[in-house]
Design a binder for this molecule. Structure first.
Ligand code: COA
Length: 267
């Protein structure tokens, strides 16, 4: 991939990434590593984290894999303590852990809905709240990986839409409360991103992928690198006056709303 940033933009920074063992968050971790950051990757499965740490180390960077479920506040506190022991305070927090499955509201139990709210919304609160004591303030940058679901209602996604909408206002509120301390809080709202578990679940067949792609103004899914580029920008000094923002990175898909998605899903 063509390099769009000069090297060393995040030199010496410590980044704590939930959901860092795979998908968009792992790609963000790899790109942060290339830019000189040291990393803590948090996820539920230690084996996935171990493999991710190896990938980061092969890039010549330092990484720590700490197994924790973002629904468990004490486990996150422990992950921050381990990060402090390894590197010192945290400069960058990426709240990336998320859960999703396609189902209509009447097709999921109360516990199914709650599981996604707990992972996505409560998980972001837990990460920010537990991380706050450990942030190197001022200069710290927090990013929650949201989705266009935060402002567009998608059928089969009531749980995710509710969670992501909550994340948006949570982050905007934190931006007000923590701005005077020099802590920036933003969200990234991707549309469909290629080679992710989420899109594999939502468009499992080549036919459904093709159909959905045709509805996106830029005609394709995002590459994980394109979300990572935005995260690098937001954490860098170039974004020093940006807080409380939602940066949409979706090839224009939000502009056409959810009707295209409904047609693709045969709704
Ligand atoms: N349709 C309806 N309900 C579903 C479902 C589906 N496809 N998949 C899970 N559920 C329900 C379960 O039935 C359960 O409810 P119940 O106890 O009333 O039966 C509830 O969701 C919790 O499921 P469980 O598998 O026990 O929870 P978990 O905490 O292990 O998993 C999920 C959380 C459900 C979000 C799971 O999909 C997950 O782990 N996802 C992580 C990976 C992922 O989604 N990546 C994409 C990120 S965008």
């Amino acid at each position: 991939m063509a390099k769009v940033f000069c090297e060393g933009l995040l030199k010496g920074k410590v980044a704590f990434i939930t959901g860092g063992g795979s998908g968009i968050n792992l790609r963000i971790a790899e790109r942060f590593a290339e830019q000189g950051a040291r990393l803590t990757l948090v996820g539920r499965q230690q084996e996935k984290l171990d493999a991710a740490v190896k990938r980061i180390e092969s890039l010549g960077a330092k990484a720590l894999g700490v197994s924790a479920d973002v629904r468990n506040y004490e486990a996150l506190e422990d992950a921050f303590r381990k990060t402090k022991e390894a590197y010192g305070e945290v400069d960058i927090l990426i709240c990336g852990a998320a859960g999703n499955f396609p189902a209509p509201a009447v097709g999921m139990s109360a516990n199914g809905f709650k599981s996604v709210i707990d992972i996505d919304l409560l998980g972001v609160f837990h990460t920010c709240r537990a991380g706050f004591e450990h942030l190197r303030k001022p200069g710290a940058s927090l990013i929650a990986i949201s989705a266009t679901h935060a402002f567009i209602p998608y059928p089969m996604q009531s749980h995710v839409c509710a969670a992501k909408a909550g994340i948006e206002l949570l982050c905007k509120t934190l931006a007000i409360e923590w701005g005077p301390l020099g802590v920036r809080v933003n969200t990234i709202a991707p549309g469909p991103v290629d080679e992710t578990e989420g899109m594999d679940r939502l468009t499992p067949t080549a036919e459904s992928r093709e159909k959905l792609m045709k509805t996106i103004p830029l005609g394709r899914y995002a590459k994980k690198d394109e979300i990572a580029d935005l995260a690098i920008f937001l954490c860098s000094d170039a974004a020093r006056y940006i807080t409380g923002a939602t940066l949409v990175c979706d090839g224009g898909s939000a502009l056409v709303g959810s009707s295209a998605f409904m047609q693709t899903m045969g709704l």
